[in-house]
Design a protein around this ligand. Structure first.
Ligand SMILES: C[S@@+](CC[C@H](N)C(=O)[O-])C[C@H]1O[C@@H](n2cnc3c(N)ncnc32)[C@H](O)[C@@H]1O
Length: 206
C-alpha cells in the first residue's frame, strides 16, 4: 500500500503525470473534439479552464484562455509549455485553490468554461462549491469531462480503480451535481485510449 501511495505521489511531477496520462488515455484528441463540440466556441470568446492541471487542454481555446489549478508545479509547467513561455501570451495560468476563490473579482466573466478530469478529485461539497463558482462567472456554455467508474472493458475498469481521485462517481451522480447550477443538455460515456470517460454538456440557466 505504501509503495502504491509513494508511486501516486510522484504524479505531482508534471512530466510523470503527463507520461502516465498519455499511456492510459492516449492523445486525448477525441476528448478535445467532444469538448469543442459541446462548448461551441466562437472566435474571440474567452475560455475558463478550471483545474487545468498541466494545461493539456489549453489548445481547445481559440483566443483568450485562463487556466486555474491548485498545484503550482503544474501551473509553472503549463506556463512554460502552453503559455507565455511558448509564445502564447493570450493564455494565462493561475495557481489557486478554486474552492475559496472569487474568479469574477479578478477575471470577470467567461462565455464558456470547462472542468476536465477533475470532479473525481473533489468531494460532493467541494464540487458544489466549484460548480457554484463556475456558474457565477459563466454566461453561456459549460462542459464537464470526468471518469467513468464502470467502463465495459475490464482493463479500463481496473485502471479506474487505481486512479488518485477518491470520488469517482457514476455519470448519473455527476449529472445530479451539475444540475444544481446548470441546465444539462446531454451526458454520455466514451473511451479515450484505455480510459473510460464521461462528458456532460451544460447550458447556463436563463
Ligand atoms: C486529474 S487532474 C486534471 C487536469 C487537467 N484538467 C487534465 O485533464 O489534464 C485534476 C486537477 O485538479 C486539480 N485540483 C484539485 N483540487 C483543486 C482545487 N481545490 N483547486 C484547484 N485545482 C484543484 C489538481 O491539482 C489536478 O491538476
Amino acid at each position: 500500500m505504501q509503495v502504491v501511495n509513494r508511486l501516486k505521489s510522484t504524479l505531482d511531477n508534471p512530466f510523470i503525470f503527463n507520461a502516465l496520462q498519455f499511456a492510459i488515455a492516449g492523445t486525448q484528441n477525441k476528448t478535445r473534439r467532444l469538448i469543442r463540440e459541446g462548448l461551441q466556441l466562437k472566435a474571440g470568446e474567452r475560455l475558463l479552464d478550471v483545474c487545468c492541471g498541466t494545461g493539456e487542454f489549453a489548445d481547445v481555446a481559440l483566443n483568450e484562455y485562463i487556466g486555474i489549478d491548485i498545484n503550482p508545479k503544474y501551473i509553472e509547467y503549463a506556463e512554460q509549455r502552453f503559455g507565455k513561455g511558448n509564445g502564447h501570451p493570450e493564455r494565462a495560468f493561475v495557481a489557486q485553490d478554486i474552492t475559496g476563490y472569487e474568479f469574477s473579482r479578478t477575471y470577470g466573466t467567461f462565455p464558456k468554461a470547462m472542468l476536465i478530469n477533475s470532479m473525481h478529485h473533489l468531494s460532493d461539497a467541494e464540487n458544489l462549491a466549484v460548480l457554484e463558482g463556475i456558474a457565477r462567472v459563466t454566461t453561456e456554455r459549460f462542459v464537464i469531462v470526468d471518469m467513468d467508474p464502470t467502463p465495459s472493458n475490464p482493463l479500463s475498469r481496473f485502471l479506474a480503480k487505481q486512479d488518485r481521485g477518491q470520488f469517482i462517481r457514476p455519470l448519473a451522480e455527476q449529472i445530479a451535481l451539475a444540475e444544481k447550477f446548470f441546465e444539462v443538455e446531454r451526458g454520455g460515456e466514451y473511451y479515450s485510449g484505455l480510459c473510460g470517460q464521461t462528458i456532460i454538456v451544460c447550458k447556463v440557466r436563463s
